[in-house]
Ligand binder design. Sequence first.
Ligand code: NAD
Ligand code: DAU
Length: 351
Amino acid sequence: MNKKILITGGAGFIGSHVIRLFVKQYPEYSLVNLDKLTYAGNLENLHDVENESNYRFVKGDIVDYESMKDLFLKENFDGVIHLAAESHVDRSLENPAAFAITNVVGTLNLLQAAKIAWRGQFDKKLFYHISTDEVYGSLEHGGYFTEETPVDPRSPYSASKTGSDHFVKAFHSSFGLPVIISRCSNNYGPNHFPEKLIPLMIHNILNQKPLPVYGKGENVRDWLYVEDHARAIDVIFHKGKAGEVYNIGGNNEWKNIDLVMLLCSVMDQKLNRAPGTSAKLINYVTDRQGHDLRYAIDSSKLQTQLGWRPSIDFPAGLEKTVDWYLNNREWLEHVTSGAYRDYYAGMYHNR
Ligand code: NAD
Ligand code: DAU
């Protein structure tokens, strides 16, 4: 069946993998990638699919309500997969308002535009909002986040994502807009912007720069290969039930320091450096403010109800990721120049 789908944030890390999967899997669809191309949006991520006949890029800002309303009225999308967001916790500590504006107001604008453009046709539509496990807050050493865990956001980033989730749910309860929310754990893989842990470490190991580990490195994250997240989004978009929340996770918990040590040894091998060379770059720095101790997702609802499960194990996924960065140094150079360098200098100058 033909469908016209709006994918927001498609030039970013996860969005570009979602676009690639959908372009290849659904030649009969019409896929519109709406992205503002902030520092995190990079059309180089989509070089291989940019000329496909079922794909189109539109530069736009979800914060601009009038242009979103016009776009929805003009295009009459069948569905929306909404990924556009400010996504980096550290940046949210520096500039919380930018997160409220993009993540809360931007999402609200899309909901309102969909509500107006889809009037009388809700039964054929779907607004799918991509959220995060961070809305559930922080775990101690035991237990998992389920879909019933009460939200308890602790950073400006997670507060803004929680705010957007609440608006999505409110449009479902108040107006009957068909919505789905999914909440995923930490992603890793190709095209990940190098201000996040794994690509930052790869970049710094490559360039023999210090590896900034926050606090004692004991915080735990649950890592999922980005293509597995994209597959989950595909399954949820096509088979998920309106009004539901689905958790997505890798069941793959790592303490940051153990993960960095593993990366160091993989990189030493790949770069023909003596074992232990990269680990010498580890530099314990001031902890992130309000640093959540542990995230761990229970994704059994998605697994049992919709049949998704992760397909790439961590050692294989990490090796694929490292190989991608080593083979795409030009990509890395492009995104680590200019504005990013200034940000990076500002973040770490006093540590
Ligand atoms: P990203 O920062 O790599 O990409 C975000 C994209 O949104 C960029 O292309 C950017 O240009 C675009 N964008 C930002 N503001 C915009 C605006 N006002 N209008 C239009 N486009 C705008 O983020 P990501 O890591 O790919 O995350 C994508 C989504 O998935 C986010 O909603 C994030 O909260 C969620 N998420 C991310 C992870 C993760 O580990 N990265 C895990 C769970 C959920
Ligand atoms: O859990 C899902 C979330 O994962 C997403 O919603 C966010 O968009 C995404 O950015 C990610 O958030 P984190 O804060 O967990 O990711 P980040 O890569 O920034 O950090 C991972 C862990 O590594 C965290 O405990 C902080 C630590 N860290 C991070 C950086 C950048 C360091 O120790 N040193 C660093 O330099």
